[in-house]
Design a protein around this ligand. Sequence first.
Ligand code: ADP
Ligand code: ASP
Ligand code: MG
Length: 493
Amino acid sequence: MIVMKFGGTSVEDGKAIERVAEIVGSRGDEKPVVVVSALARVTDSLVTISQLAASGALAEALRLYRQVRQRHFAVLSSLVNGRGETEVRSRLQALFDSLEEVLRGVAALGELSPRTSDNVLSFGELLSSQIVTTAFRARGIDAVLVDSRQLMVTDASYTRAVPQREETNRRLRQSLKPLLTSGRVPVMGGFIAATAEGIPTTLGRGGSDFSAALIGAGLGARKIEIWTDVEGMMTTDPRLCPDARRIDVIGFDEASELAHFGAKVLHPATLFPAVEKNIPVYILNSRNPESKGTCIRARARPSKTILRSIAAKRGVKVVNVRLPRIVAPRPRIVDPQGFLHALFEAFDRHACAADLVSTSDVSVSVAVEASRDLAELVQDLKRLGNVEVEDNKAILCLVGEKLRGRIGVAARVFGVLAGAGINVHMISQGASEINISFVIEERDIPEAVKQLHADFFAERAGDPQRVAKRTTRGGAVPRQSNGSLANATRAGL
Ligand code: ADP
Ligand code: ASP
Ligand code: MG
């Protein structure tokens, strides 16, 4: 069997859903399980609507809610008519009624808890999976709607729930295997799940890819296909750089680094279940199904270019903690030896994952997702030293197997950035040695990506002369804002 996941743009309207039906219809003999996201932009709308309701703007929330409702009914009407339409209309209407009730509850309480937020967001995929199943059936595909909340079991960490794999696998096998054996096509909403008690949860934004991988691993799929709006995994985000090129085959490790550092085409957790079961993951374009896409698998030939790809992660904050050099009497906790230990314990206590870390003996810079509320963490860290938080930052991550042990690449990278007048705040070369990551101002991302892509992808790699020339160029060392360049030596500077 295989898993085919279709993202928001792949099911954005009637035409898109028809294309999906054609793609799935031609693959019946491969026993597909279909996973769908909410219609494009619907999850964003639900976020806005629930926040408006919580802030007391119920009328505005309901106005947007009606627009979302109208859009779903219009999409349904463009796909089916007659009795089928009436039946599904009333099922969609029931979902919208429940959603409205939740929104009114949120407005009455004036509060949106993470649990309620997950409940609201789950409607996106509940609606889309209903519509897609109907469209499939109307086109002769023997599709069955399967409620993901019944099969995908998670803990109760709402908004980023952690799957409980064993129970999920048990339920997946029990429910889906018989359907597949009898030639039916299960359709499930991605992103959504529920606790063992049945309370709806979500796997984090963009989590439908992760759902697909969990289902694939649980059922021992031959492959997992992620159908989206681009030709595959590319040498950078094509929205940032129109010259981006499709990558034919890429290794799990490289793709994983790219996903973690902002290549939105793949949710960062997607590859864990795939790696575990060694299942290849394909990224494919639902607007151009003939295109080869990208295959992500355990082994891939090294890229011809030094870099495989460039990823950019926006919405980052940098937390700088500086141990006062002279403190008398110095509390024991701020001894340099205990400093790092205490610091990471604090990050752990506040469940705040570090994306990037640069250290010296008395100062540490940690890049974290800006969406995290850092107030309590910062209070805690103030016990250790001076704390400063820098906003509006982004991480650029350059990935490539060929970076392993290669001398001079970092100098070339920072030469390009210096040439473009872009300030680098923090540098780290990943322990895996296949990435160089650094923090820059968020507003510098488009220019940085454009310049680096032009420099590293305009030519074939393995041109040592060019690398050598670059390393001797003046101005290659980045300006630094926080003295956190301890790792830069490893990066070949
Ligand atoms: P879906 O709705 O199908 O899940 P997403 O919007 O989540 O699609 O992901 C697809 C988008 O990812 C593309 O439109 C593209 O802008 C972005 N993207 C970022 N980095 C890359 C990359 N390296 N290769 C391809 N697409 C990328
Ligand atoms: N609809 C969800 C989101 O927009 C999940 C997904 O699309 O993968 O985040
Ligand atoms: Mg996505």
